[in-house]
Design a protein. Structure first.
Ligand code: ZN
Length: 66
């Protein structure tokens, strides 16, 4: 069941969809990905749900507005 998924998330800074790659090792972790559109850091948290689906939550990592 070790697999890598591409997950579409919405950048909290620019509102554009961007794709991130999530690995099983990322479950329970949080990390930063740079948005492909605006290069802002996106704070990503990955959790595994009871049914085995992965839940990806995003937050803006900083409070600056551009
Ligand atoms: Zn962005």
């Amino acid at each position: 069941m070790e697999q890598v998924k591409q997950v579409q998330v919405t950048c909290p800074s620019c509102g554009q969809p961007t794709y991130i790659t999530v690995e099983p090792a990322d479950i329970g972790e949080d990390f930063i990905e740079d948005c492909a559109n605006c290069c802002s850091p996106i704070h990503i948290q990955v959790t595994e749900l009871d049914d085995g689906e992965w839940s990806v939550q995003v937050d803006g990592d900083d409070e600056q507005l551009y």
